[in-house]
Design a protein around this ligand. Structure first.
Ligand code: AMP
Length: 114
């Protein structure tokens, strides 16, 4: 069996995290290097490497990640708005090869991003 990804180890409790939400399909925990007052990663339990690896069978799962983002944003009090981001690949600056949706908020987020 392939080695576990960093985020699978977090899901399995082998690496500590500040978990804010979990269900049968995904987990959500605070980013260790927050880029905004609220910075949470929403991660499917299924270890899909990146957005580029999604298939038709993942369609509902991806929708679920966004619905979780909305729920978590409300729990975090992000009533004035927030941003969700999937970084993908080298130029997208993805560093962890396990699909994850960034949820950022708690300050005005600049556009365009860096
Ligand atoms: P990306 O660069 O889009 O792949 O995002 C990976 C994110 O994972 C970065 O924002 C990191 O700060 C975050 N990260 C890496 N290791 C951990 C960890 N052990 N716990 C929480 N967040 C982490």
């Amino acid at each position: 069996m392939a080695d576990k990804t960093l985020f699978q180890k977090i899901a399995d409790g082998e690496i500590p995290s500040d978990m804010v939400y979990e269900d049968e399909l995904c987990i959500a925990f605070r980013d260790i290097q927050p880029q905004a007052p609220v910075h949470i990663l929403i991660v499917p339990r299924k270890p899909i490497p990146s957005l580029d690896d999604l298939t038709k069978e993942d369609q509902e799962l991806v929708g679920h990640l966004f619905l979780c983002a909305k729920k978590i944003a409300a729990n975090e009090g992000l009533h004035r708005g927030y941003r969700t981001v999937f970084n993908c690949g080298e130029e997208g600056l993805q560093t962890v090869p396990h699909l994850h949706l960034h949820l950022l908020g708690g300050r005005v987020l600049r556009w365009p991003p860096g």
